[in-house]
Design a protein around this ligand. Sequence first.
Ligand code: CU
Length: 163
Amino acid sequence: MNRLQQCMTAVAALSSLFAGSAWGAGRLDVEAGWIRPAPPGVSMLAGYARLHNGGDAPLRVTAVESTAFGAVSIHETTLVDGVSRMRELAGLSIDAGASATLEPGGKHLMLMEPAQAIEAGGSVRIVFVLDDGSRVPAEFTVADRAPATGHGHADHDHAGHAH
Ligand SMILES: [Cu+2]
């Protein structure tokens, strides 16, 4: 291959890179989502999950919504001088192929004003809104502890209907 051919090959590779879906896309998978059960009257709950970007570009979660709660936000718990503090995050960026874990003592979903009691064995649908406007629904199971990971994905599409 001479120099001109090398150059043409590089140009072809570059243009196919740009010709496709612009810059590629992130793809959010929400895995092992769970919420601790709460008796009626509890107004603030936390949700946990593993968020994985299976796409080929970074993604950013800009909002989280659920009809089961009056308000949902992304929080981070940090230890400041031995005192646990929570602060609200404006969003959550995840690189291509990377994951963000929402877990007790770290980042979590703050779920305010549940519309009804959140009972063990049930599930709650939570929707992640990305900066490109796409919406990714996920079922969070209500349980005392994180679901065992490793077995297949929960039914994302049909298990909803949380009222
Ligand atoms: Cu919080």
